[in-house]
Ligand binder design. Structure first.
Ligand code: ZN
Length: 167
């Protein structure tokens, strides 16, 4: 559904681009660039031709990418192999504790059977009815109020793989 996002590195930091040049550079429609501006991409000047700084383009598109990665729905986990959010079977999800307030959901992708990971705060997990079945054993755990709500669906392969990293 979501198209591949343009590569932010195509923009040269020390260059300015008009909307037309930006569209050409990223092979998108001029209207798409217009949408980016509406979404907060900064432009220089109040009159046409607007100039967009390469640095702003990089920052904006990079942020957009990050946002896109986190677009799993409440009951989905990102499958790195399928490159898409997948809805795992509820009984094939496991919650692995990282800290008192944060853990990893580990599940099997229904399509390619590879392991999927989703970083999730305990508070969020408890709010999430999609994962209700696995929240029950956690009912007795203490929850603090200061969990970071932006930590959501971070699909880095879990913390447990750190141990195997060779230097
Ligand atoms: Zn998959």
């Amino acid at each position: 559904m979501s198209k591949r996002l343009p590569n932010p590195r195509l923009a040269k930091i020390h260059r300015n681009y008009t909307i037309e040049e930006t569209a050409k550079l990223f092979v998108v429609h001029k209207n798409t660039v217009g949408n980016w501006i509406k979404q907060g991409l900064p432009v220089c000047g109040k009159k046409r031709p607007f100039l967009i700084m390469g640095r702003d383009l990089q920052v904006f598109l990079e942020a957009k990418r990050v946002k896109n990665k986190k677009s799993c729905k409440a009951d989905e986990i990102y499958c790195v192999r399928c490159r898409a959010p997948k809805k795992p079977a509820a009984d094939l999800i496991e919650y692995r504790v990282i800290t008192d307030t944060l853990g990893n959901l580990v599940a099997i992708c229904p399509d390619c059977a590879s392991i999927m990971n989703r970083r999730i705060s305990l508070a969020k997990l408890k709010q999430n009815s999609a994962f209700m079945s696995i929240t029950q054993p956690l009912a007795g755990l203490h929850i603090t109020a200061c969990v970071n709500p932006s930590v959501n669906c971070d699909f880095k392969i879990g913390a447990e793989s750190h141990a195997q990293t060779s230097s």
